[in-house]
Design a protein around this ligand. Structure first.
Ligand SMILES: [Fe+2]
Length: 329
């Protein structure tokens, strides 16, 4: 994975500029806020708030050449996120927006929704918003074979709880696809479970969650409760049973060394095993407060040697093929 590719906001003061897809607006669309054109280093109001985009706007934009970019200006990241979430369906359905640009928009939206879900896990909106992310990600990944690698390349090496949810969901859908899972409902349930797999960490004290050193035995006891905490938080919500199984079982290992139950082999459903390996891989390849990010090759060396027996060899093999590591060797 390369450097972080999600565009960061530009600007030092309270008001920051956030890049938006160049084709976002079509003829007749009402523009919700001022749209800025960045051209030769300057930000110019291109279309004012509460007016309608015209086809001439699109034509004129072409005349600025290839280095033009469109921005909105927001006071807070949250304001920017609301803009993204309200425009997600529109962007993802546009035929003339490049796949890469859609992936950036989707990744930003998914990360923002993950943050909202973690900050308020018991909200009635949790499932609806998670499903929205899952549906768009599944559709996006199904479009072409490069979409998966593009999504993964957006992932940061810095470990954030929220990007981890998005990454594990993306890996899970792709690994299940590679394993030949065609049932859309199974894929959707697995993706929801993957997106919410660590939601129980919302109940783990931050002093434990973000501790920069090794955890004490007592702290580990608390940390290892997060699968059950997740069930407590989502217990009475309409989360699909398969999704709940994932939340509860994503730290089980097929040789019985996992938690909370020490299940073995086929006692762990395949989709929980899939999330387990995706979780381990993403955790190893991102920076944590106590450990630097490892390369993909190093992560697979650990999975196949130090963690031998934790995962089914068939899953490991398929994951290696999915990540294309074999060919690079
Ligand atoms: Fe976990």
């Amino acid at each position: 994975m390369g450097e972080r590719q999600v565009p960061l906001p530009v600007g030092e003061d309270k008001l920051k500029y956030y890049r938006i897809p160049i084709n976002l607006y079509k003829n007749g669309d009402l523009v919700e806020q001022d749209i800025y054109l960045r051209y030769q280093g300057n930000y110019l109001v291109y279309r004012a708030k509460s007016t309608r985009w015209s086809s001439e706007d699109s034509v004129r934009l072409e005349e600025f050449g290839s280095d033009k970019e469109l921005y909105i200006r927001c006071e807070t990241d949250n304001q920017h996120f609301k803009f993204i979430e309200s425009n997600l369906t529109r962007v993802m359905s546009q035929k003339d927006t490049p796949t890469k640009e859609k992936a950036v928009f989707l990744y930003q939206c998914a990360t923002g929704i993950a943050e909202g879900v973690f900050k308020n896990p018991s909200s009635s909106e949790t499932l609806v918003r998670s499903k929205k992310v899952v549906t768009h990600t599944m559709e996006h990944l199904a479009k072409d074979s490069s979409a998966f690698m593009e999504m993964i390349s957006l992932s940061s090496h810095d470990y954030y709880t929220y990007t981890h949810c998005v990454n594990v969901m993306t890996f899970t859908i792709s690994l299940l696809n590679a394993l030949g899972q065609k049932d859309k409902k199974v894929l959707e349930d697995a993706a929801i479970g993957a997106f919410l797999h660590d939601i129980g960490k919302a109940k783990v004290p931050l002093t434990v969650l973000n501790k920069p050193g090794p955890l004490t035995a007592d702290e580990w006891k608390i940390m290892k409760k997060h699968p059950e905490y997740g069930m407590d938080l989502l217990g009475d919500k309409q989360v699909p049973e398969r999704g709940k199984e994932i939340i509860l079982q994503h730290h089980e290992k097929i040789n019985g060394v996992g938690y909370p139950f020490g299940l073995r082999g086929n006692q762990i459903p395949l989709i929980s095993q899939v999330v387990s390996i995706c979780d381990a891989y993403d955790a190893m390849t991102t920076n944590r407060c106590y450990q630097r990010a490892r390369s993909g090759f190093e992560a697979f060396r650990i999975i196949t040697h130090e963690m031998k027996g934790h995962f089914s060899p068939r899953l490991v093999e398929t994951f290696i093929e999915l990540m294309n590591f074999r060919k690079k060797n």
